[in-house]
Design a protein around this ligand. Structure first.
Ligand SMILES: [Zn+2]
Length: 303
């Protein structure tokens, strides 16, 4: 079980009071190191421009990588680009690319990318919702283009809808995108009727929905789609802001609910994908809950 991270991911600083703060990553790394001493830690490399350009417009690369602001600049009301943000974004996307290479090069490995900024709101040309580059989308495109896979599934259980990932792959039947998320909530997309070319599965949950509702959505709607697709690789947008203590949303999930879904994903990966899963951190803004949930998720991935 590989864990990719890099200290540059701590240098992306959206400023005082911002929920997507460097201590998130510190808390999560401490929880993993204390709870799972056998993990194989790897340094996240930078993504190349060619890898990013598979899903992103040149103008977004110029904005994130070439502007090099001396002081933090707001790209939208939530999303900040500071002096350390460019390298952090390159390492976050590069972690997923390297993890894809690792699990596809081995025999059935799994990997977790402990990185920030998160990625699933970033569209082809727009950084938004705390996200600069769409890390998981860059990884999926790498699996398709560099490794020649024909079917890649992206599972997104962050409490917010992964609008960026959905938009990037909505017309690409090689990618199945499955998401549970609270609705109404930022960014507002993710209705069940959003189906792409038959390759999207959206299960919105109302505020206050608990673990039973979350599990029912996955068991009844989304996991059957995943099995039918027979993915050759699973990518996971692992956001833990559905936890009941999270300050940004109102779902009532517990760490055990994330562990349950992870076990289901491992079973699916074993059946169809040679056990191969790459999971990457998205949201999760209560530091204690984030540590507990990430530990539960990675423990289940490592099983
Ligand atoms: Zn989120």
């Amino acid at each position: 079980m590989w864990v990719y991270t890099h200290r540059a991911c701590l240098a992306h600083d959206p400023g005082p009071g911002h929920p997507e703060c460097p201590p998130r990553l510190t808390a999560l790394l401490e929880a993993l190191r204390a709870g799972l001493p056998g993990l194989d830690w790897r340094q996240a490399p930078v993504a190349s421009r060619g890898q990013l350009l598979r899903v992103h417009a040149p103008a977004l690369l110029a904005q994130v990588l070439d502007a090099r602001p001396a002081v933090p600049q707001r790209l939208d009301p939530d999303t900040v680009l500071g002096p350390g943000s460019g390298e952090a974004a390159l390492r976050a996307a590069g972690a997923v690319v390297a993890a894809v290479d690792a699990v596809l090069g081995g025999d059935g490995g799994r990997a977790f990318c402990a990185v920030r900024p998160p990625g699933h709101h970033a569209t082809a040309d727009t950084a938004m919702g705390f996200c600069l580059f769409n890390n998981v989308a860059v990884g999926a495109a790498h699996a398709l283009e560099a490794h020649g896979l024909a079917r890649v599934a992206i599972v997104d259980f962050d409490v917010h809808h992964g609008n960026g990932t959905q938009a990037i792959f909505a017309a690409d039947p090689r990618v199945l995108f499955l998401s549970s998320h609270q609705m109404p909530l930022y960014p507002g997309s993710g209705e069940a009727c959003e189906r792409g070319v038959g390759n999207l599965g959206n299960a919105p949950l109302p505020p206050g929905a608990d673990g039973a509702a979350f599990r029912a959505a996955w068991r009844g709607q989304l996991l059957p789609r995943l099995h039918d697709f027979r993915p050759q690789l699973l990518l996971v947008s692992a956001g833990f802001d559905g936890h009941r203590r999270d300050p940004l949303a109102q779902l009532q999930l517990e760490a055990e609910d994330f562990a349950w879904l992870t076990c289901e994903l491992v079973a699916c990966a074993r059946r169809h994908a040679g056990g191969r899963i790459v999971s990457s951190l998205e949201g999760g803004y209560d530091l204690q809950a984030l540590g507990e949930c990430t530990l539960a998720h990675v423990r289940a991935l490592a099983a």
